[in-house]
Design a protein. Structure first.
Length: 152
């Protein structure tokens, strides 16, 4: 009397909690970026619960060490998703999108057409409105795939 059973029906949902990417973007903007810190802390804890080697989220608040911590977080996501979202891709989403926005803002600052402060805000918003929702959406897709795996 054995039947195929999915992980979702055998056990309560595990792993990184699915979150709405739109909610991540909206809360990031409303809280002025504080939600980003919360999101990193919570996902780091959830990744650790699943066995991914992510150091404590408190390291994210230490200057210069936070760059190392972000890389380790990205590696943890890569380990958790079994390569579905690689560490390099996660790092690209986190750093390149805001960096491009910031550099574009710096160039317009030199032209005198826009203030640098406004461009820094646009760079921060791109992290909240673009990078985190993309990462969360990818983690959600992996979680759905993981929960629908069949076991004998």
């Amino acid at each position: 009397m054995t039947t195929d059973t999915t992980l979702a029906s055998r056990a309560p949902e595990r792993g990184v909690r699915p979150r709405s990417p739109a909610t991540c973007a909206i809360l990031g903007v409303i809280t002025g970026g504080l939600y980003c810190f919360y999101w990193f802390f919570v996902t780091a804890r959830e990744l650790n619960e699943e066995g991914a080697p992510v150091p404590s989220g408190w390291w994210m608040l230490v200057p210069l060490v936070n760059a190392w911590w972000v890389w380790r977080w990205c590696q943890g996501v890569g380990a958790y998703t079994r390569g579905y979202l690689g560490a390099g891709t996660a790092l690209t989403y986190l750093l390149v999108v805001p960096l491009v926005q910031g550099l574009a803002g710096f160039n317009t600052r030199l032209d005198g057409s826009t203030t640098f402060a406004l461009c820094a805000v646009v760079g921060a918003l791109s992290l909240n409105c673009i990078s985190l929702p993309i990462l969360q959406s990818t983690i959600n897709r992996f979680q759905r795939l993981r929960l629908t795996e069949t076991f004998d």
